[in-house]
Write a protein that binds this ligand. Structure first.
Ligand SMILES: [Cu+2]
Length: 140
């Protein structure tokens, strides 16, 4: 009887799966806007925006994995510094990204006007600069 029930459950599950149109699981990064990726030593750093870069406060997401195994790296200290090189200014109110789980860091980037910006993303070791990557961004 128990086996019969198990069989019945299995059949029902199979039928259930074949008749419903399950959406394909999406990668969480599908929802994000990839700005760029840089590999520094064995760390692969990817910079994303939550939405297309726009004037105002933008949520920035950074993902760091160690190559080649792609294990998450959760201890990086970042500084983020957006500037507009053509006009020689930066912006106030930026928030340096901090780790919030599984190799993802979250911060805020403020663009005060449309045009060509440069995001300097710097990895720190206490007060020492380890490496800076520049990501060009067009703000519309
Ligand atoms: Cu400007």
């Amino acid at each position: 009887m128990k086996h019969l029930l198990q069989l019945l459950v299995a059949v029902l599950l199979t039928v259930g799966c074949s008749t419903t149109t399950e959406p394909t699981p999406t990668d969480p990064t599908d929802e994000l806007v990839l700005i760029g990726t840089d590999t520094v030593n064995t760390h692969e750093v990817s910079l994303y925006f939550e939405t297309a870069p726009h004037v105002g406060m933008n949520t920035v997401l950074i993902r760091v994995v160690q190559l080649p195994q792609k294990t998450t790296v959760e201890t990086v200290i970042w500084k983020i510094d957006p500037t507009m090189p053509s006009m020689g200014h930066g912006s106030p109110g930026n928030v340096h990204p901090v780790h919030h789980g599984n190799g993802w860091y979250r911060g805020t980037c403020n663009f005060t006007m449309t045009g060509d910006w440069d995001i300097a993303l710097t990895r720190m070791d206490h007060d020492t600069i380890v490496h800076t990557t520049h990501f060009p961004v067009v703000v519309k």
